[in-house]
Design a protein around this ligand. Structure first.
Ligand SMILES: C[S@@+](CC[C@H](N)C(=O)[O-])C[C@H]1O[C@@H](n2cnc3c(N)ncnc32)[C@H](O)[C@@H]1O
Length: 315
């Protein structure tokens, strides 16, 4: 419920303080206290169930401004240049080795790649970068595709793309994952997402469906999501949750419990309760082709880096 405790609680308390002086009867006080109690209890107990659509649209428009921000206007929390070594630290254990095992006919998609620095590091000449930094093993390098809503390619990207030639690295921008067809993108052995679409999308079940449709059988999606209810239950009660899932009755659902209801995948979760915010490192291996993901609808979206989101399972 922490999601709803931000400014709303403060506003309610302020209005109580300023109004109490003028209240003449205990009856009025009682009525106000009932309203406060209903608001504090959250959805399903007096709060309208329907999403405030115009407000969600306003927030999505604010989020667009973050994507489009440049130079000094980029909010400090919107990091777009993480190195491959950061990916190796942030993604589930096993990611770096799996990337190193890919061969020259394999493909890696990085969704929400920002500047594409992780891909540049992977292709850095061996003498420039220690193997641990490039996740490289002795085999050939996979072909890599960076995807970002906004084009954040740097001069370094342009130079490396030119020197590698062909289609060893590609940068796709101008639209979201959901706007690409399967034919346009092809299939991948590894898909990564470090504070990309999985943390930013307003349709999490659709996003995941699109990701899994792009994976080869036995391919793996590696991602991370912060400020969530952890699989191991060790998140602190004071947590300010950024991504919240609830069931049809409004009860909290852990992101990993939801993922584990998906058919044709094997989900691994590593809960990090001792990080600044409770964070789940997630790997999802596709084991057969009839993937089916329990649908969710968006209840709340607040622009940010990443945004605050609340989803409800449809059944
Ligand atoms: C905070 S940046 C992270 C960049 C990079 N992964 C890093 O760690 O440096 C978020 C990235 O996710 C992208 N993004 C967000 N939602 C997306 C979506 N639905 N499809 C594709 N890219 C998305 C943004 O355009 C941006 O490139």
């Amino acid at each position: 419920m922490a999601f709803f405790q931000r400014e709303e609680k403060v506003i309610v308390m302020r209005s109580v303080k300023s109004s109490v002086k003028g209240w003449k009867t205990a009856k009025t006080c009682l009525a106000v206290l009932i309203v406060i109690a209903l608001q504090a209890l959250g959805p399903g107990t007096g709060r309208p169930q329907e999403p405030a659509q115009p407000r969600i649209e306003e927030e999505i428009a604010k989020q667009e401004k973050i994507y489009r921000s440049r130079g000094a206007d980029v909010p400090s929390g919107y990091v777009t240049g993480r190195a491959l070594s950061d990916y190796a630290e942030l993604l589930p254990s096993g990611f770096c080795d799996a990337l190193g095992r890919l061969g020259s006919s394999d493909r890696w998609l990085d969704i929400g790649a920002g500047e594409g620095q992780a891909i540049l590091d992977y292709f850095a000449p061996e003498d420039d970068t220690a193997p641990a930094k490039s996740c490289a093993l002795s085999g050939g390098k996979a072909r890599a595709v960076a995807m970002s809503i906004e084009d954040r390619r740097t001069d370094k990207w342009q130079q490396q793309a030119a020197s590698l030639g062909g289609d060893r690295i590609r940068y796709l921008s101008g639209k979201r994952l959901r706007n690409y067809s399967g034919e346009e993108l092809g299939k991948f052995q590894i898909i990564t997402d470090v504070y990309g679409g999985f943390s930013y999308t307003e349709d999490l079940s659709q996003f995941l469906e699109n990701v899994l449709s792009l994976l080869e059988i036995d391919g793996v999606f590696y991602t991370i999501v912060q400020s969530v209810h952890l699989e191991d239950g060790k998140d602190k009660p004071s947590t300010w949750y950024l991504t919240e899932l609830v069931d049809a009755a409004g009860r909290d659902v852990k992101v990993c419990s939801w993922l584990k209801k998906t058919a044709c995948v094997k989900v691994g979760c590593e809960s990090k309760s001792d990080w600044d915010t409770p964070t789940e490192l997630i790997n999802i291996r596709k084991v057969c082709s009839d993937v089916s993901i329990p649908r969710m609808k968006l209840l709340k979206y607040e622009a940010g880096n990443p945004p605050g989101r609340r989803f409800q399972l449809e059944r």
